[in-house]
Write a protein that binds this ligand. Structure first.
Ligand code: BTN
Length: 218
């Protein structure tokens, strides 16, 4: 993939989507800092200098692609950096129950634009009012990460993860809040988190019934 670097940009995701509209693919857009980073569900993404922010355009994806991305990031942080992250369905990466990375996948024509933000090398103090729900790798572990190396490791792992059964298994083994009661946005009530089915949908127990959840957050 061709890499494009920016010191400062509004959003690599917005840029990559406009490139995808022109049919450009297999390119990565990497920023040191974003002024208007975007997250899922209309949220903004705090993009302080020190973090890793990138978007790429691909035509190689499948139904469980977002799960694959979460598994890849989780595996790399655990294996290469001994950081004990967990995956919050559908695709947030948590450390000590707070978010340290987010993934967004958006379709543009026949292409997928993937955006990944990882809170690596800045202090969580900078997250201000987000500090109850989000943190950074530096604040939690004291580890300084080589963002460029981490990016390459993640991209390579995404390429290598091809076995759907194995990806689902890894997701299940690393899932946060299993057996715990959480507020499930799609059904607007608390439910016990049981796991995911083979489509990657969430299985919960609410009102003593099994419920399949296809979207939203927990
Ligand atoms: C989320 O958890 O809501 C997804 C966050 C995605 C953030 C990344 S940072 C790089 C790319 N550019 C953006 O504006 N957003 C994504």
């Amino acid at each position: 993939m061709k890499k494009n670097y920016f010191d400062n940009i509004d959003s690599t995701q917005v840029l990559a989507k406009s490139m995808a509209k022109q049919g450009i693919k297999n390119e990565i857009f990497i920023a040191k800092e974003q002024n208007a980073g975007i997250g899922r569900n209309g949220h903004s993404w705090f993009s302080n200098i020190g973090g890793l922010y990138f978007s790429y355009i691909t035509n190689v994806f499948n139904n469980i692609y977002t799960l694959t991305l979460a598994v890849a990031i989780n595996q790399i942080l655990r294996e290469k950096y001994q950081i004990e992250t967990k995956i919050k369905w559908p695709n947030d990466i948590l450390l000590n129950n707070k978010k340290i990375a987010g993934i967004i996948c958006e379709q543009v024509n026949n292409l997928i634009v993937v955006g990944i933000g990882i809170n690596t090398n800045f202090e969580s103090l900078n997250l201000e009012e987000l500090s109850d729900i989000a943190t950074t790798i530096l604040s939690e572990t004291g580890i300084n990460i080589d963002n460029e190396k981490l990016l390459d490791e993640i991209m390579q792992r995404v390429d290598e993860l091809n076995d759907e059964k194995e990806i689902l298994k890894m997701f299940r083994e690393n899932m946060a809040f299993l057996g715990e009661k959480r507020y499930v946005s799609q059904i607007k009530q608390e439910a016990i988190i049981l796991g995911i089915n083979d489509n990657g949908y969430l299985i919960v127990n609410s009102n003593d019934k099994k419920n399949i959840i296809v979207g939203g957050t927990i």
